[in-house]
Design a protein around this ligand. Structure first.
Ligand code: GDP
Ligand code: MG
Length: 366
């Protein structure tokens, strides 16, 4: 099979297979190299390695050795591209195992007066996190390291709100444990249980950034999306339908420009509101009934029913752990303490899904 390494500048191809193993393979998928994705080779770096690709509307640099692991084929006809769009139809769900129950206790119950509200600032690299963090905290910052790793940690109170503490987390593309940055950010969200997440999204790179947003929604923690770099988008003639975005994501969305100091007050207002009232995302289920009869959807729900007692007993968000169990994430599987019989049941359900969906487990989830 032809690989991504051998295509020519200007060529557009379709990803057919994704090689590599374990965390590396998951990393490829998280970067958007998913079977079916269309990729264009833009250019090579001056020394000929890495290559710069364009996919899903963003640029990705990839080492040649990695490109060799990606099998590609010529792009198919227009007809097939149209068919793909019809995949995104909403579907109904049974009520069990879908949140609400798991967090019903504290859902919508305000925090006790005087609680220091903890916020996590989460986003892709270069999305403007540090610029926003500096706007929010001013000069009062505490700088240190995350324990055990040389990854910077910065905390501070939001200006004018001494009862808040916001942490600038390392920039990440996904919640998979590939790099030490990803592990630090993921563990922070899972273990330190911030009262709310401020998810900063680079609006000029929106499709790539929303991959992480979707994973953060699965954490079932109150969240506000800060759409940053709006100044750049609008000066290029772009617009965003904020209301529709809020409806579809089920969380507040606030357009801002961290660099130009625009929209920051409104962002703070929303962040404090959702944290204080513990307003969780309205939905974190984005299953689509596709032409395979919703194979992924049925797999997710079967497994979430099977493991929800485990998730509850270790206090981890059910939807997140379900996705990770399907991806065979050993860290999560060990933490859940599933027994042999349950592991085998999971394996049967996932194998069935792979067969029906025609994709391996990680590709199907990505
Ligand atoms: P981080 O990697 O997420 O911490 O991102 P930084 O805060 O370091 O910002 C990355 C780059 O984006 C810097 O050059 C910033 O000046 C720029 N930047 C941040 N916010 C904005 C914004 O709202 N508009 C524009 N045009 N540039 C921004
Ligand atoms: Mg930064």
């Amino acid at each position: 099979m032809e690989t991504l390494r051998n295509i020519k500048i200007g060529d557009t191809v379709r990803v057919e297979s994704v090689g590599g193993e374990g965390a590396l393979r998951q990393h490829f998928l998280d970067m958007g190299l998913i079977p079916g994705a269309e990729v264009t080779l833009v250019k090579y770096a001056p020394m000929g390695d890495p290559m710069e690709l364009r996919l899903h509307g963003y640029e990705l640099t990839l080492r040649l050795a990695d490109a060799e692991q990606i099998g590609v084929c010529p792009v198919a006809s227009k007809k097939e591209a149209v068919k793909k769009e019809h995949r995104h139809k909403k579907s109904d769900h049974p009520g069990l195992g879908e949140g609400g129950r798991f967090h019903a206790k504290d859902d919508g119950v305000p925090l006790e007066k005087g609680t220091v509200m903890k916020f996590a600032l989460v986003g892709n690299q270069n999305s403007g996190k540090t610029t926003l963090f500096n706007r929010l905290t001013g000069s009062k910052q505490h700088v240190g390291n995350f324990p055990g790793v040389t990854v910077d940690r910065k905390d501070g109170a939001i200006k004018g709100h001494p009862d808040t503490l916001i942490t600038d987390l390392p920039g990440i593309y996904s919640m998979s444990p590939y790099s030490s940055e990803e592990i630090v950010s993921r563990n922070f969200v899972l273990n330190e249980k911030p009262h709310a997440i401020i998810n900063i999204v680079d609006v000029t790179n929106i499709e790539r950034n929303l991959y992480l947003t979707m994973q953060l929604l699965e954490m079932n923690i109150p969240m506000v999306v800060a759409l940053n770099m709006m100044d750049e988008l609008t000066s290029n003639g772009g617009t965003i339908d904020i209301n529709q975005m809020e409806r579809r994501l089920g969380v507040p969305v606030v357009p801002i420009s961290a660099a130009k100091n625009k929209g920051i007050e409104e962002l703070v207002e929303h962040a404090i509101h959702i944290a204080y009232y513990q307003e969780r995302p309205v939905r974190y289920d984005f299953c689509a009934k596709n032409e395979n009869g919703g194979a992924v959807h049925r797999c997710l729900h079967s497994i979430s029913h099977l493991i929800e007692d485990h998730a509850e007993s270790v206090d981890m968000p059910i939807r997140f752990v379900t996705s990770k169990v399907i991806e065979n994430d050993k860290l999560v599987i060990d933490k859940l303490g599933l027994d042999q019989n349950e592991l085998e049941t999971v394996e049967h359900i996932v194998s069935q899904m792979e067969k029906e969906r025609g994709l391996d487990r990680s590709s199907a989830i990505a």
